[in-house]
Ligand binder design. Sequence first.
Ligand code: PEP
Length: 243
Amino acid sequence: MAVGKIIIAGNWKMHKTQAEALEFLTVLKSNVEETDEAREIVLCVPFTALSILSKSLHGGKVRLGAQNVHWEDQGAYTGEISGPMLTELGVDYVVIGHSERRQYFGETDETANLRVITAQRHGLTPILCVGETKQQRDAGEAESVIINQLQKGLVDVDQSKLVIAYEPIWAIGTGDTCDAEEANRIIKVIREQLSNQKVTIQYGGSVKPNNIDEIMKQSDIDGALVGGASLDPVNFARIVNYQ
Ligand code: PEP
């Protein structure tokens, strides 16, 4: 079941050379030939793999995503990437405000908001990540933390071209998945904050072939943002082809 469009996205983080990316794609493609067209498949890859994947994806059912976009179109911003640079390569999606960007690279709700607005200005669909730490969850603050992230991250944002990923930080890369019913409960809380009820809201955090069926059974979960398990094409295809 789902409320919004179903989108299963892989987040490769800082993994795979161009050669490895092509090898992955060959196996993935052969495993998603029968996948229901209603399921959007997205690969959010390092900048260096975008160009080569873009050429190989052209016309296929897999879409391309980036992992960051700067709010200026050009300028003295060493190490950043701009909207026009991404759209030129046929990128459709961009992950914004991932907890690793927040934790290691100083991303804030305010900068995430600027990036979301800029992504939309260039026709990219932002995947805005929100989620609480273990400490915040234990203190009973999960809902308030997420609502605050949304209020700040969605200022002046067009909700007709937006994806939100609920990613509890304690579940990312830990193998410690959030219980599917609890993820669904929080995703309902997120939906209550939105003016457009059809926004795709994904769950992310140790999604694997063995838990995706339960996750996608939930009423309000519209897809998944998958880190570790998206690095193996057979595993990722199994996730995309959830029952
Ligand atoms: C992520 O990187 O967004 C993520 C959810 O990672 P993992 O699936 O490895 O927990």
